[in-house]
Design a protein around this ligand. Structure first.
Ligand SMILES: N[C@@H](CCC(=O)N[C@@H](CS)C(=O)NCC(=O)O)C(=O)O
Length: 252
């Protein structure tokens, strides 16, 4: 069943898209899927830039209004569809939850993007001739993403950038292990947007650098991950199949 009041523009492998898919599936919300092929630069098409001027996924369109930025989108989903609440009620736990959604944007995202791009985006752009590369770059709306695509197409990320990513991975793992001393979930007693915002990045770190996360060092994190993976919404969001394009796009 789909619900065309809700349209999600997203990427199959995209961690930020997984955040939003997980929130939607936890709420049991049907939505119309528009998967974009990020390695074919569909996120820079003028029609898409009219919805998301940053030229990135995800974008949620609800009753025709676009909402961008994954952490903003998941709070919007919880505001607009309050049954099955995904935020704690008490103010302190809610502030903890918001620290995690902020941390997912400020640290966790930066922990994974360079190593991920080295695998997925490099493949798409490394063999471009100069004129083709210039053509692609000219359609990218922000300097930050133009620079990133140019880096990956030319020399790849530097050792310093990769080391910084690995430092941030360890910071994510350590912070989660410490937080889980106070509850089964990141914000405490209640499963919330904090867990939804962080699990895509932990899943990606496990894909990229499983040796960083031995169970002896991270027993609480490991148990938290298992508890998340057995939720039905997890499989639907991470192994997303509700779009024919899912078969042709890379996931990781
Ligand atoms: N802060 C944004 C980041 C979005 C983002 O970087 N999305 C990636 C996929 S995870 C993307 O669209 N990459 C394609 C590109 O940069 O061209 C959010 O949380 O929504």
């Amino acid at each position: 069943m789909t619900n065309s009041d809700i349209i999600l523009y997203h990427g199959l492998a995209s961690t930020c898209s997984k955040k939003v898919r997980l929130a939607l599936f936890e709420k049991g919300l049907a939505f119309e899927s528009r998967l974009l092929d990020l390695q074919k630069f569909e996120q820079h098409a003028p029609e898409y830039l009219a919805l998301n001027p940053n030229g990135v996924v995800p974008t949620l369109v609800h009753h025709g209004a676009p909402i961008i930025e994954s952490s903003v989108i998941i709070e919007y989903i919880d505001d607009a569809f309050p049954s099955v609440p995904l935020r704690p009620n008490d103010a302190l736990a809610r502030s903890r939850m918001r620290l995690w959604t902020k941390f997912s944007d400020d640290v966790a995202y930066k922990a994974v993007y360079a190593p991920t791009w080295e695998i997925l985006s490099k493949r798409a752009s490394a063999s471009f001739a100069e004129d083709k590369l210039q053509d692609v770059l000219a359609r990218i709306p922000t300097k930050e993403r133009r620079d990133r695509w140019e880096t990956v197409a030319r020399n790849g990320f530097t050792e310093v950038e990769m080391r910084d990513a690995y430092d941030k991975m360890r910071q994510c793992l350590d912070r989660i292990e410490a937080a889980l001393a106070h509850g089964p979930w990141l914000a405490g007693e209640v499963y919330s947007l904090a867990d939804i915002a962080m699990i895509p990045f932990i899943d990606r770190i496990r894909n990229l650098r499983p040796e960083f996360m031995p169970v002896e060092t991270y027993p609480r994190l490991t148990a938290w991950e298992v508890a998340l993976r057995v939720r039905p919404a997890f499989d639907r969001a991470f192994n997303f199949r509700d779009d024919p394009r899912a078969e042709e796009l890379p996931n990781m």
